[in-house]
Design a protein around this ligand. Structure first.
Ligand SMILES: [Mg+2]
Length: 401
């Protein structure tokens, strides 16, 4: 089998990757919704993979892996890798999880990041707003039991609360602007009050994590971790480095992690297993959150998961904007991860029409916070071309032809 073409179309702001073969099998991958600008990077990789056998996934990846980087520049390579595994599974008429070592669970747990803006009427960055946030989360379809709360520097709290930190608040830059600095005591106390309100409103049977940075100075990060120890959060995410930061600073994380019982988490921006090596081996965090659509693919995140497990570090893969194909890919690989898997982040940020233009999911698949691992070949998703064509923009009109 040979790869004959690599295509990419931006559908509702989300680049969809298509790999065609000389045997009529097509593979699909998807890139995060806020990254339409990655399309040219995907197409630039075409000459590297056409003519190769897509079933030799690693052999193909060795040709292109060096052409990616930290988020957002790992997305093109990662989505191509997903499409290769899709083809490899379809060629053998077997789900991709069997090619990644086989499943170790029949249902995969997923967690829901809940954005304050999606709460009806809004949920401001106040204790009352955070209580509304919690009540809305509990009312959601899917009966999620684990939520993630964007807060502090990972939210507009830094702009909304007066004198939140010692630094200049940027109001005219695209959100989220990477604010960073030392918090005022008032800003810090407000943050703790908000997190406490959300956790108490959730009540028994629900757990929560907080996505808080990047932007903390290490001493504030440690102060926060210690101040919320009694709340038993699942993790505090990306306080020092993280989302879109092109480096890791594992030594700063290690200083915090060793002095608190609140689990410390990072990793959604990190590309490749090599860049996880020191973070994991130095026990710098308690939880890592690679995104299979940024880290280099499904085999890559599986390797990170196994290495983390050897070192007593938990897995909570990122995926909030990965779309419907990204959801399918997350399910396949998370089914194969070792016991350190907590849950993956549900890709909540795609419109319902994706269920109408694809076959594979019979509507929103989460029940009791869990998703059944499907047995469809490959990643389990195919486009219903007649319906999907309606969503192509002019420049991509021939994508399915
Ligand atoms: Mg995050």
């Amino acid at each position: 089998m040979k790869i004959t073409d690599l295509r990419c179309a931006v559908i509702a702001n989300s680049p969809v990757v298509q790999i065609r073969t000389d045997e009529g099998i097509t593979g699909w991958g998807q890139i995060e919704t806020p990254k339409p600008y990655v399309k040219p990077q995907v197409l630039d990789l075409k000459d590297w993979i056409v003519g190769q056998d897509p079933r030799d996934v690693e052999r193909v990846m060795r040709r292109i892996r060096v052409r990616g980087g930290f988020k957002p520049f790992g997305a093109a390579v990662s989505a191509i890798e997903h499409a290769l595994w899709d083809i490899a599974g379809k060629a053998l008429n077997t789900p991709t999880y069997r090619l990644l070592g086989g499943k170790v669970r029949d249902k995969v747990r997923t967690y829901r990041t809940l954005y304050q803006a999606e709460v009806p009427g809004g949920a401001p960055h106040t204790p009352d707003g955070y209580r509304k946030w919690a009540e809305y989360g509990k009312s959601l379809k899917g009966e999620f039991t684990l939520f993630k709360l964007p807060s502090a520097y990972h939210s507009s709290m830094v702009r909304d609360f007066p004198d939140y930190y010692y630094g200049e608040v940027q109001t005219d830059a695209p959100f989220p602007y990477p604010h960073k600095g030392t918090m005022t005591k008032e800003g810090f106390d407000h943050l703790v009050a908000c997190i406490t309100a959300a956790k108490e409103a959730l009540g028994p049977g629900y757990n929560t994590a907080v996505d808080a940075g990047p932007g903390f100075m290490p001493i504030d990060a440690l102060r926060l971790a210690k101040a919320v120890e009694h709340l038993h959060l699942m993790w505090l995410e990306d306080m020092i480095t993280g989302d879109y930061v092109p480096y890791v600073n594992h030594d700063l994380y290690a200083d915090i992690t060793r002095h608190t019982t609140t689990p410390i988490h990072t990793g959604e921006q990190i590309y490749l297993r090599q860049n996880y090596k020191h973070l994991i081996e130095s026990h710098a965090v308690n939880v890592v959150g690679p995104d299979p659509a940024d880290v280099g693919g499904l085999a890559e995140i599986k390797w990170v998961a196994e290495h983390a497990d050897l070192h007593g570090i938990a897995m909570a893969p990122h995926g909030t904007a990965n779309g419907i194909i990204g959801l399918a890919a997350l399910i396949q690989v998370c089914a194969t991860m070792p016991d350190n898997l907590i849950a993956f982040e549900y890709p909540a940020r795609f419109e319902p029409f994706w269920y109408d233009i694809t076959e594979g999911f019979d509507g929103m698949p989460v029940k009791g916070g869990l998703i059944d691992v499907p047995d469809r070949p490959g990643l389990g998703i195919n486009f219903i071309v007649k319906e999907a064509k309606k969503y192509l923009t002019e420049g991509d009109a021939n994508f399915f032809d």
